[in-house]
Each structure stands twice: as structure tokens, then as C-alpha cells.
Design a binder for this molecule. Structure first.
Ligand SMILES: Cc1cc2nc3c(=O)[nH]c(=O)nc-3n(C[C@H](O)[C@H](O)[C@H](O)COP(=O)(O)O)c2cc1C
Length: 383
């Protein structure tokens, strides 16, 4: 029986070869950040209110000038189409069905133009900087021409993180076909058969044109890897602001001064995030960072948050602490890995059902009703 995100996680673990599941699940170094993200939600206590008519609850909200039916969306995750063939298309359809935003990763298997055309205006586009700045500028130009309404610039990858699980497992993209990987594949036949049926490693759709003509999927992956971790400064972000006519979001900020800098450079929103604790293990959690950032720039741009969302109550807590919107990464990824579109739909339904029940207990008929009043330790936040 699947009742919770953790149930979906267990299904995902059963389906994926361990080397890939570890990559999804893992964090950097000691992985204390992954655990701490969960604990920072659990540290908060909600205060229920009763005797109110809660029959007309609405979970919709406005973000960056658009109405969404739920106060959460789908975080960008690279190589989703490797974890589940067609993964990016599955997530796009899930976002369409639930009327929520889906952030397409800059390292997707599906080409960005395909996703933009499949559901105009639905997906946002996330961009990693490239060492050859002409490539990242060109990708941004293509995203603009394809009609993505929002560009998300990820700021929190100045260097390759020390992800020790991946190093010990020998995980690289392209995958290295070692005896242990082959055994891993044989032990997870459903994933392996789908992988082989789809021709093995899928190419990074948006990157193919920058590699050598006729490059294989492995060569494209190697090319893209060599373009990672350039120096990216605020001057580069200013340049994207100047060329991007739509909404601009900076993802991966935790310091109030960086949030202020994003505001100064004309960003429309930020995602308070520590990349799912995959970059700086000892970083404070996004939820811990939220109050100070809210105090610095709250109300001046859209404040979004991701990291550690596994329950509807987590969403209520983030919103009550002053986030305008949240995103879920692994929670929905587990669903798509476990059962494709149906699994990701189920993940969204689990989170929204739990959130709706929590709101009924809090006397919150709308998202705007969630504020510091709902928290036992009053936060300096009012909505
Ligand atoms: C497997 C995986 C791949 C990811 N790929 C990207 C990516 O391509 N771009 C990006 O900005 N963030 C990426 N992230 C980070 C997520 O967007 C998000 O910040 C993080 O997953 C939030 O934490 P959560 O998984 O606990 O919800 C990735 C995360 C995971 C787990």
C-alpha cells in the first residue's frame, strides 16, 4: 500500500540500481544536511484552531503573476529521463494536471524546445552556467525563444561537491560499465530492461548541438561534464537579467545578503535552497535560513524554498514561516522513478491531501491564512 512519500521512496529504491538510487538519495560528505533538513521541519509545532467552517478550503495561490492550484511545484532534477524513460515528459503532464510549475533541469534528457512545445507556458527553465559562457548564453536564448516564462539560475554550484557515496560507488555520467554496475543492473531488471529498450544512456537533449557532430550520448555527457563548475559572479547574473524578458529566479541562496543582491539585480524571485544538501553539507537548512531572508527582503520578491519536503505539514510550516511557495525535489522524483506519470501524480496527491488536512486542523481556509499564528514558537512573520 502506498500512503506516504516514504512508501514511494521504497518503491523507487527497489526499482533503481543502487548506484543511481544512491545518487538521488545522497548528499555531500557526511550527509548530515539531508537529515538536518528533515529535523528542521520536525522542530516546529503547529497550533490547531477549531470551531470554524473549513468546508471551503482552497490550496491555490498566485506566484509571479500566475494562479496555481497548489502552493508547491516540482524542483529541477538532472537526468530525470535516465531514472525513468520519458521522465521529463511525465513530470510536465503531472504539472499540467495539477496546475503547478515544473522546473525543467538544464541537464534534462528531453530537449528544452520539446518541453516548451508540449505545454506552452507550463514549465520554467533552470540554467547551469557553462565554462564556455557562449554555451550558457545560447541555451538561455533558446529557452527564451522557446517561450519559457521563467528562467531559474542555479547559484550554488561553484565547485564539484564531495559526494562520497558516489565516489565510493564509482558513479559517473556516462556510467562506467564495471562488474559491480552490471551486477547492480541484473539485480534491478525492470529498470535495466527499460534502459536497454531505450538504447542505453539517453543523450542530454539540450546539449547535443554543442558537442562534436554525431557525438554519442556518452560523449555528450562527457562534454557537458567538462563544462561544469565555472566561476559565476553577480555580473553574469546581471547579464542574464538584461537578456531575459520574462521572470528571473535565483536558486540556491541561503544568506540574506545574497537575497538582497538578487533583489538589487532585478530578480523576480529566489529559491532558498541548499540543493537538497548535495553541495555544502554543513550549510544551514533552507527552513533555518528563511526567517532572516524574509526579514531582509520579504514582500519585495517571491520567496520560494526547497529542501526536505516529504509531508504536507512541511509545506504548511514553510508557508507559515513566510515562504510564498515551495518546491519538492526527491519527493516527486521518487514517484516518477517508482511508477512514471502515475507515481508522480500520486506524490503530488499525497502532498496536497496531507496539506489540505493540516490546513483544516489549523483553521486555514486559504494559503494566506497560514502565518506565524499557526506556529507554537511565534516567528517574526505575518502574511
Ligand atoms: C537527483 C537530483 C538531481 C538534481 N538536479 C538538479 C539540477 O539539475 N538543477 C538544480 O538546480 N538542482 C538540482 N537538484 C536539486 C533540486 O532542484 C532541489 O534543490 C533539491 O532536490 C531539494 O531537496 P529535496 O530533494 O529534499 O526536495 C537535484 C536534486 C536531486 C536529488
Amino acid at each position: 500500500m502506498i500512503l506516504t512519500i516514504d512508501d514511494l521512496r521504497k518503491r523507487a529504491r527497489r526499482r533503481l540500481p543502487r548506484i543511481l538510487f544512491d545518487w538521488v538519495e545522497g548528499g555531500a560528505e557526511d550527509e548530515v544536511g539531508v537529515e538536518r533538513a528533515r529535523r528542521s521541519f520536525e522542530a516546529h509545532r503547529l497550533v490547531p484552531r477549531y470551531g470554524l467552517d473549513m468546508s471551503g478550503r482552497r490550496l491555490g495561490t498566485t506566484l509571479l503573476g500566475r494562479e496555481y492550484s497548489l502552493p508547491f511545484g516540482i524542483s529541477p532534477t538532472g537526468y530525470t529521463g535516465l531514472l525513468r524513460p520519458g521522465g521529463e515528459h511525465h513530470l510536465l503532464r503531472v504539472a499540467d494536471r495539477s496546475n503547478i510549475p515544473y522546473v525543467l533541469s538544464g541537464v534534462s534528457v528531453a530537449p528544452l524546445e520539446q518541453i516548451a512545445a508540449a505545454s506552452p507556458g507550463r514549465a520554467w527553465f533552470q540554467l547551469y552556467p557553462a565554462r564556455d559562457v557562449r554555451i550558457s548564453r545560447d541555451i538561455a536564448r533558446r529557452a527564451r525563444d522557446a517561450g519559457f516564462p521563467t528562467l531559474v539560475l542555479t547559484a550554488d554550484m561553484p565547485v564539484e561537491a564531495k559526494r562520497e557515496r558516489d565516489i565510493r560507488n564509482g558513479f559517473t555520467l556516462p556510467l562506467r560499465y564495471t562488474p559491480s554496475l552490471l551486477w547492480d543492473g541484473v539485480s534491478h531488471p525492470a529498470w535495466t530492461l527499460a534502459y536497454l529498450r531505450n538504447g542505453g544512456l539517453p543523450p542530454l537533449g539540450s546539449w547535443a548541438q554543442y558537442a562534436e557532430p554525431g557525438a554519442s550520448a556518452s560523449q555528450i555527457a562527457t562534454f557537458q561534464f567538462a563544462q561544469k563548475y565555472p566561476t559565476q559572479t553577480w555580473a553574469d547574473i546581471d547579464a542574464y537579467r538584461a537578456m531575459w524578458p520574462g521572470k528571473l529566479v535565483i536558486k540556491g541562496l541561503l544568506h540574506p545578503k545574497d537575497a538582497q543582491r538578487a533583489l538589487d539585480c532585478g530578480a523576480d524571485g529566489i529559491v532558498i535552497s541548499n540543493h537538497g544538501a548535495r553541495q555544502l553539507d554543513r550549510a544551514l537548512t533552507p527552513l533555518e535560513a528563511l526567517p532572516a531572508i524574509r526579514a531582509q527582503i520579504g514582500g519585495k520578491l517571491a520567496l520560494m524554498l526547497d529542501g526536505g519536503i516529504r509531508r504536507g505539514a512541511d509545506i504548511a510550516i514553510a508557508l507559515a514561516l513566510g515562504a510564498d511557495f515551495v518546491f519538492a525535489g526527491r519527493a516527486i522524483l521518487y514517484g516518477v522513478i517508482a511508477a512514471g506519470e502515475a507515481g508522480a501524480n500520486l506524490a503530488v496527491d499525497i502532498l496536497s491531501d496531507e496539506l489540505s488536512r493540516v490546513m483544516a486542523q489549523l483553521g486555514a481556509n486559504t494559503i494566506a491564512d497560514l502565518g506565524s499564528d499557526s506556529l507554537a514558537v511565534a516567528a517574526p512573520v505575518s502574511r
